[in-house]
Design a protein around this ligand. Structure first.
Ligand code: PLP
Length: 457
């Protein structure tokens, strides 16, 4: 199987990025119950190749430029393998001391490498969605409404308000749903023509909310929005959060990894105001899914929110012992730090930087080529490795024919994705359909990105 994996990674381009398969086809390829006598590994590998592989979308394919690539790498895969072999559970320090200590060490290395401020506490969870939930739960606890003990029902509480831009990822609203804050209390602040949160609208929303007796609880700003990789004005938002005493959460799930490149660390301007920051090495740091990092300057609040120690988990360890189960919703914890350690140490910071620089360079080159065409419009300013564009046609008066432009762009996207050579996704910006390209796979070269231009030709 190790040989198979090595061959898969080196021969990935022999697979179509997207499978051509009907819904239900994979599930019905199998018997209705598992084997009674068991099957050998060679038999299973054959079945894996014939029944499972045809239904796989190859996220490792260098032509994968949809969503945000969850970039695997050989080092990351080996880290996963060792972690599965050890099969340890890092709920307490003593349930496997290396799990806790490597997580702390690697997150400190990563913080330093990304150019984030000293003194941040880090924890790895599966996804940014979960980490943003934890951050907003801590923000809710910090309101002093004693929600941990008293709950949110059966008593009178002010409406708790969460602010984010209209470009924020849906995970922020989902976190608010799960925390009992309610969708109606997630205030979507309009974004400007660069898709960045409008600060003056934020100020006004907070003012109006206070006037109505609402309690502003958290602002979630984004560094690298999902649709266009826009960066909210963190220095201004941070000033507001500090002045108003509101928790500032920064969602850098995709873009944060790019800060490993020193010249891209300008993205963190104002980050000293953040109470919590999320970034996903599984999005752009060549670490297989799942690996999302939450940093916070208030570990004591996170602990106060989630620590609950039943008798069977008490220890006689010194009080300063870090037990990660105290800082989140999960008890059991996978050894995710191992794959991140493997990635950082095997490739080394310089190689990781070189790959990300190259990918940002490809995106810039693609944007330049697209800008030079009369039949293409960029729908957002290029940012990091994300480009959003559409093909346009004009009607007899010379203005853009919206319906026809959308039809052609949709057809173009379908043709690209049918090819099996590349996979791009779409978004909608100010009502306009856009083809969205996000470069993030470690093996992507210019020849893969250039295919987009060939489809336009
Ligand atoms: N935040 C941003 C900005 C994202 O783009 C995404 C996913 O693309 C997420 C959060 C959610 O990430 P996850 O799948 O790790 O929950």
């Amino acid at each position: 199987m190790i040989d198979w994996i090595a061959g898969y990674m080196s021969g990935i381009e022999s697979y179509p990025v997207l499978p051509s398969i009907e819904y239900g086809q994979t599930g019905t390829a199998f018997a209705s119950e598992p084997s009674r006598e068991g099957k050998s590994f060679p038999q299973l590998l054959t079945e894996f190749e014939s029944k499972i592989l045809p239904g796989i979308t190859h996220w490792n394919h260098p032509g994968f430029m949809a969503y945000f690539a969850i970039t695997g790498s050989q080092a990351g895969i080996l880290g996963e393998l060792l972690s599965a072999a050890l099969n340890v559970n890092g709920m307490l320090w003593k349930t496997s001391p290396s799990v806790t200590e490597l997580e702390r060490l690697v997150l400190d290395w990563l913080r330093e490498a990304l150019g984030l401020p000293a003194g941040l506490f880090g924890i790895i969870n599966d996804t940014a969605s979960v980490n943003s939930f934890l951050a907003l739960a801590a923000a809710r606890e910090r309101t002093g409404l004693n929600i941990r003990r008293e709950g949110m029902t059966g008593r009178s509480l002010p409406a708790l308000r969460v602010y984010c831009s209209d470009q924020a990822h849906s995970s922020i609203e989902k976190a608010a749903l799960a925390l009992g804050i309610g969708a109606a209390n997630v205030v979507k602040i309009p974004s400007d023509e660069r898709f960045q949160m409008k600060v003056e609208d934020l100020v006004e929303a907070i003012r109006a909310d206070r006037e109505r007796g609402f309690l502003p609880m958290a602002i979630s700003a984004t560094i690298g929005t999902t649709s266009t990789a826009a960066i909210d004005p963190i220095p201004e938002i941070g000033e507001i959060a500090r002045r108003e005493g509101i928790w500032l959460h920064v969602d850098a799930a995709y873009a944060g990894s790019a800060a490993i490149v020193p010249e891209l660390q300008t993205m963190w301007r104002g980050i000293e105001h953040a109470d919590s920051i999320v970034t996903n090495p599984h999005k752009w740091l060549f670490t297989p899914v799942d690996c999302s990092v939450l940093y916070t300057r208030h570990p004591e609040v996170l602990r106060q929110t989630f620590s609950l120690v039943p008798e069977y988990l008490t220890t006689t360890d010194p009080s300063e012992t870090l037990n990660y189960m105290d800082y989140g919703i999960q008890l059991g914890r996978r050894f995710r730090a191992l794959k991140l350690w493997m990635v950082l140490e095997h490739y080394g910071l310089e190689r990781l930087r070189a790959v990300i620089r190259q990918q940002v360079g490809y995106a810039t080159r693609l944007a330049e080529a697209l800008k030079n065409r009369g039949d293409v419009e960029l729908l957002a300013p290029p940012s990091l490795s994300v480009i959003v564009f559409r093909t346009i046609t004009r009607n007899s008066s010379g203005s853009i024919d919206e319906a026809e432009s959308e039809r052609i762009s949709t057809d173009l996207l379908a043709a690209m994705n049918r090819s099996g050579q590349i996979f791009v996704s779409h978004t909608r910006l100010r009502g306009r359909y856009g083809i969205r390209v996000a470069i993030g796979n470690g093996a992507t070269q210019w020849r893969h990105v250039e295919k987009i231009l060939e489809f336009l030709a």
